[in-house]
Design a protein around this ligand. Structure first.
Ligand code: FEO
Length: 163
């Protein structure tokens, strides 16, 4: 495989940072959900946090395979409070929408730089983002339908525990 160029190396290193931040953010959300007594949601978010770490590792491995230089940078501190359960999932969805934009920008750059292997690698991420936005959006819609009905929120929380 051809060596990844320096412009793309910098961009992929940045995306690795964003995926690790995503992992950190969902871990913070998971801890928060434990404090507001939604252990099922906390479990779901912890699994999500692990997935984000795996996303970072996919890009990490791609860089290694392409003779790129990994440059790890500081991870931003996530918030520690996220409001109501509805607000938690609003924030998950918004975050995923931001990540989708980041992935699309990275893909555009890979097109501009004629880097075919990176384009192929990023196609997995493009599909994954469709899935992630869909899942977060569906949970958010369910929470909106439930409204303030505590019993139904507890049922949803139990459902999220099964992830
Ligand atoms: Fe790795 Fe949820 O984006």
């Amino acid at each position: 495989m051809s060596k990844i160029n320096s412009t793309l190396q910098a961009a992929v290193n940045q995306q690795i940072n964003k995926e690790i931040y995503s992992s950190y953010l969902y871990l913070a959300m998971s801890a928060y959900c434990e404090t507001i007594n939604f252990p099922g949601t906390a479990h779901w978010l912890r699994a999500q946090s692990q997935e984000e770490w795996e996303h970072a590792m996919r890009l990490f491995q791609h860089m290694i395979d392409r003779d790129g230089t990994i440059k790890l940078s500081a991870i931003q501190e996530p918030p520690s409070e996220f409001g109501t359960l509805k607000e938690v999932f609003q924030k998950v969805l918004e975050h995923e929408q931001t990540i989708t934009r980041n992935i699309h920008e990275l893909y555009e750059l890979a097109l501009k730089e004629n880097d075919y292997p990176l384009q192929i690698e990023l196609q997995w991420f493009i599909n994954e983002q469709v899935e992630e936005e869909k899942t977060a959006g569906e949970i958010l819609e369910q929470i909106k339908m439930i409204g303030d009905h505590k019993g139904s929120l507890i049922m949803l929380d139990r459902h999220l525990a099964s992830r």
